[in-house]
Design a protein around this ligand. Structure first.
Ligand SMILES: NC(=O)c1ccc[n+]([C@@H]2O[C@H](COP(=O)([O-])OP(=O)(O)OC[C@H]3O[C@@H](n4cnc5c(N)ncnc54)[C@H](O)[C@@H]3O)[C@@H](O)[C@H]2O)c1
Length: 257
């Protein structure tokens, strides 16, 4: 009896989840985690989605791939129409698409600032708005925004990224406050350092490796699969009384904040 109950707590069977930037990396790992709990998955990305879709389908759920640039209102509108036409609803949205590049503030070009803020922060807002309107019609929904520990502590040479992630945390709280009455929960995840295409250059650097060992209590970076549990928790009824929260998954890096 106890086992059955705890299984139901994280069950996502029949749910429809849209994950942005999910062809690879953390987005794919979270999509896979939700699929393993029974959710049907929509993989969206500017990169090809076919391989990721195939891997998700091999888990026994339905999957769909869509080319979506999160800075394009046209793409986002089309995404919602296509998903609702096939699945009739959207239960979960994970705003994961993001980019990072290091630049000292003194050299930061307006164009670079705009591009990063457009993808990371405005993309999260626009996908939430458009999918949110569908969720408001349904009177239910669950949005998970991928922020970062960079939204909590300042990393040098990363002004646009830090600001975009701090903005995502405040956007999460604001949406949670506005949409609770529609049955929509909105939470964020703040990952520490995970091994993905985004960080592979940094992780090759001996100084960075040394810093991780010294500053992260678990003394290592995370693997993408280690983020899946946080997404499953926030997407499922296990977190039914949690909204406007940011869940830090960082091996203890921010323990002293
Ligand atoms: N890897 C880490 O250590 C780490 C730490 C904290 C936060 N994050 C965040 O996690 C998220 C995923 O990052 P990742 O590490 O998996 O990196 P990644 O580069 O492997 O994945 C990012 C994905 O976003 C997609 N993308 C980029 N621009 C897009 C756009 N305009 N429209 C749609 N998709 C777009 C990329 O094609 C890619 O598939 C990002 O938001 C990142 O900021 C990562």
């Amino acid at each position: 009896m106890k086992t059955k109950k705890s299984k139901q707590l994280f069950d996502l069977k029949g749910k429809v989840a849209v994950v942005t930037g999910a062809s690879r990396g953390l987005g794919f790992a979270m999509a896979k985690g939700l699929a393993q709990q029974g959710a049907n998955i929509v993989i969206t990305d500017v990169l090809p989605t076919a391989k990721a879709v195939k891997k998700i389908e091999s888990l026994g759920v339905k999957a769909m791939g869509l080319k979506v640039d999160v800075t394009s209102p046209k793409h986002i509108d089309a995404m919602v129409k296509k998903v609702v036409s096939r699945f009739k609803k959207i239960d979960i949205l994970i705003n994961n698409a993001g980019i990072y590049y290091p630049t000292p503030v003194k050299d930061l070009k307006e164009k670079e600032w705009n591009k990063l803020i457009d993808i990371n922060l405005k993309g999260t807002l626009m996908c939430s708005q458009t999918v949110g309107k569908q969720m408001i019609r349904q009177k239910s929904g669950n949005i998970i925004n991928v922020a970062s520990v960079a939204g909590l502590m300042a990393f040098a040479q990363s002004a646009a990224y830090n600001v975009s992630k701090a903005g995502i945390i405040m956007l999460t709280k604001t949406l949670a406050a506005e949409w609770a009455s529609f049955g929509i929960r909105v939470n964020a995840i703040c990952p520490g350092v995970f091994v993905t295409d985004m960080t592979k250059g940094l992780l090759k650097d001996k100084g960075f490796q040394k810093m991780i060992k010294a500053s992260v209590p678990l003394q290592r970076s995370g693997t993408p699969d280690e983020l899946a549990g946080a997404a499953v928790y926030l997407a499922s009824d296990a977190s039914s009384y949690t909204t406007g929260h940011f869940l830090v998954v960082d091996g203890g890096w921010t323990i002293h904040l």
